[in-house]
Design a protein around this ligand. Sequence first.
Ligand code: HEC
Ligand code: HEC
Length: 222
Amino acid sequence: MRFIPFAMSLGFLIWVSPVQADSTLTEKHGCSSCHRFSAEASKEPAKTPDLFYAGNKFQKPWLEKFLQSPVVVRKVGTSTDPDFLKQPLTSTPPHPSLTEKEALAMADYLMSLTLPDLSQGTVDDVPLTKGTRVRVKILFERNYGCIACHEGINLAGQARGGISGPSLANAGNRLAADWVFHWLKTPKKFIAKGRMPYFNLDDESAVKLTKYILSLKVGDWK
Ligand code: HEC
Ligand code: HEC
């Protein structure tokens, strides 16, 4: 914990504890014992999600909510080791949770963790038209089979799909559009070697899939 000397006028020190918005926060809460906060450390497969690009990846309101009341995103474990399926499947243990004040400060800190060379604005805010969305849904479910590993949303608004990859059922409230685009085009910027197949998508298909993923929302988030 850091303290700043505030005033010495009464002949003694009054110590003021500032809202911490730096890496001491993650040490204080033990986050660094599970998560990696630097790109250099990420050459080995991850046992838990890496957070060194959290500011690129997440929508801040989702982080603020998750840190207070965590949800399970990866139902069968979090390792990115390609030999994952040869290992026994484990269920994800409950995530530590923070108070509201701590969560807001932590979300500020996490949003400051960005990679220097990621272009922004690749995906505009214009949603897919109804017709295009139907075609992209077919790409997501049939042509590329993303749904085999990822949960999406069915017509009744419920999560549906495979669980060997992170759930995308609430991706529209959770992930940042630019990050999803970069993940689909150049996953190596984030992960040395993962379990998701590389699809070699052209820019147009990657933008469309990104917009489709960003349209997936569940619960009272809308
Ligand atoms: C005991 C290990 C452990 C500790 C300690 C821990 N986490 Fe996590 N964290 C995980 C696991 C495992 C997941 C993945 C959960 C899931 O996908 O269902 C996760 C997920 C996350 C996510 C979402 C990442 C994503 O890509 O979906 C964030 C953000 C996060 N943790 C932040 C933190 C912060 C901040 C702290 C410190 C307060 C912390 N974690 C402490 C294990 C841990
Ligand atoms: C064989 C299973 C598999 C298929 C098929 C697959 N993925 Fe993935 N995906 C994963 C896994 C596993 C991860 C987690 C990172 C890793 O280990 O590579 C992931 C990560 C992601 C993420 C980041 C999610 C997060 O929260 O970190 C997105 C977005 C994504 N995939 C989209 C897609 C799209 C779009 C398709 C189809 C074009 C697709 N995936 C096909 C397994 C798959």
